[in-house]
Design a protein around this ligand. Structure first.
Ligand SMILES: [Zn+2]
Length: 121
């Protein structure tokens, strides 16, 4: 099982994944909402868009911007079940377990804090 640090490292080698950056607006949003609220948004997005056995519009369910967590989902290859299967060998056509969802949220939040100037904002 890979650690968050290993996953972030591997993602860093992908030109596409490492092209996602937080904008000033994203950072302001993070600052304004705080880590706990953003983390609860991450849980919402993961449980509704990624966790079902057959997510609606899989492959296109995650917008490219509009919320820092969406960006984190693309940057960490947690944007759809196709990417989760390819990057983390998570099989499609079954619901994600609670611990898988939690690991995804942890990875998303780790990416976000790595990509904010103040670290763990
Ligand atoms: Zn994807």
């Amino acid at each position: 099982m890979q650690t968050i640090e290993q996953a972030l490292n591997r993602l860093g080698h992908s030109k596409f994944r490492s092209s996602f950056k937080l904008t000033k607006k994203d950072k302001e949003y993070l600052e304004e909402k705080g880590i706990d609220v953003v983390r609860s948004h991450a849980f919402d997005f993961v449980s509704t868009r990624i966790a079902p056995a057959n997510p609606v519009n899989d492959g296109r369910q995650t917008p490219m911007h509009g919320h820092p967590v969406f960006k984190a989902m693309h940057a960490t290859a947690c944007c759809c079940r196709g990417c989760l299967e390819k990057w983390y060998r998570v099989p499609k056509n079954r619901e994600l377990t609670e611990s898988e969802q939690e690991r995804i949220v942890n990875l998303l939040m780790a990416w976000i804090s790595k990509n904010t100037e103040k670290g763990a904002f």
